[in-house]
Design a protein around this ligand. Structure first.
Ligand code: SF4
Length: 334
């Protein structure tokens, strides 16, 4: 694996068994055969509708859900782990290096703990500091990085706005000095004006601490502002992946194009041109044959129903899985 890559997933799958009796047991394929590489110090975006498997993929890379097929390799220059087989002791170490920022800053923080205790908890649980003085020093340092005042540390979460609470969540995730952060819809619950503030803070922290982010979002305008590289997921599969500018200038998969055309435009001439995404994402327990998107794709032909397309190179760093992407580039304006 190249020294520039922090995480490399190869054919990674996550399946959950549902149903209790032998007659109704089913496997829910939440993530299916996904291969990605996340460069050190990058902001890697993961987009898709609700139910596309992006949250499960993020949690598999944190080893918060079991990997049931394929694997993922983590290497930060100090340590290297195969996440599918990582042992108990190594997993304790990995927990310091890989952290999650939750979506909902209201639900994520215990109302009974002060901000100081919330931020300090991972240090104490993981035994990362020797005494209270050292813990307090680290808490103050990380609170300042997240633009929290020292007097905030004595208060309880209910005294803060959504943006401030999210900064507390970020401080808690950063306190163990991780290398890899999964930010799962981390600004989705915030007002638009606050979103920009939190996104700028994340970018600033990334640059200062040299962190690598996986940024999970259903909001493509947020991803465009934040990420270097984007992967698009549909029903547990990767359908397109590219550097952000390339993906936004020249999306190739019909699903990616439909997601883009759903972004509200300020140009009145563009309104009404949106390529609507009809219907619901199918159930992961009853997936379509062939291309998983064929039940909603306006360009589906017979082969799409029987043969699953594989990711193929469309440009440098740009891959797409669609039988017809080349001919559709001429037919459908991006
Ligand atoms: Fe649509 Fe067929 Fe391409 Fe799937 S393979 S996205 S159904 S055109």
């Amino acid at each position: 694996m190249s020294d520039d890559i922090l995480i490399k997933a190869k054919g990674l799958s996550v399946g959950f068994q549902i149903g209790s009796s032998i007659f109704n047991k089913q496997v829910l394929k939440a993530v299916d055969n996904v291969s990605i590489e996340i460069e050190k110090g990058s902001f890697f975006g993961l987009v898709g509708e609700s139910g596309s498997g992006k949250t499960t993929l993020g949690r598999a890379l944190l080893k918060a859900v079991p990997i049931t097929g394929g694997g993922a390799h983590y290497s930060d220059g100090e340590v290297a782990y195969d996440l599918e087989t990582i042992g108990k002791e190594d997993l304790k170490d990995y927990r310091k290096r890989a952290q999650l920022i939750f979506q909902d800053p209201y639900a994520a923080l215990s109302p009974r703990m002060t901000v100081r205790d919330i931020i300090a908890e991972p240090l104490e649980v993981m035994g990362l500091t020797k005494n209270r003085t050292e813990t307090d020093e680290r808490v103050r340092e990380i609170a300042a990085k997240c633009r929290l005042n020292l007097e905030h540390l004595r208060r309880f979460p209910h005294a803060f706005s959504g943006g401030q609470r999210q900064r507390i969540s970020i401080a808690r995730a950063l306190v163990s000095a991780p290398k890899f952060i999964v930010a799962d819809e981390s600004v989705a619950a915030l007002d638009v004006s606050i979103q920009a503030d939190v996104l700028n803070l994340l970018k600033q922290i990334q640059a200062e601490m040299g962190l690598t982010f996986m940024f999970i979002s259903h909001d493509l305008s947020v991803v465009a502002h934040t990420c270097d590289h984007v992967a698009v997921m549909y029903l547990g599969r990767l359908v397109e992946t590219a550097p952000t500018r390339d993906l936004f200038n020249s999306p190739k998969h019909p699903y990616t194009k439909a997601l883009f055309s759903a972004i509200p435009s300020l140009d009145p001439d563009d309104r009404g041109k949106a390529q609507k995404l009809e219907g619901e994402i199918p159930s992961p327990t009853n997936q379509p044959t062939g291309c998983k998107f064929h039940t909603r794709c306006p360009h589906a032909i017979d082969i799409c129903k029987s043969k699953e397309p594989q990711l193929e190179k469309a440009a440098k760093g740009h891959e797409v899985s669609c039988h017809r992407w080349k001919e559709l580039m001429d037919l459908v304006p991006a």
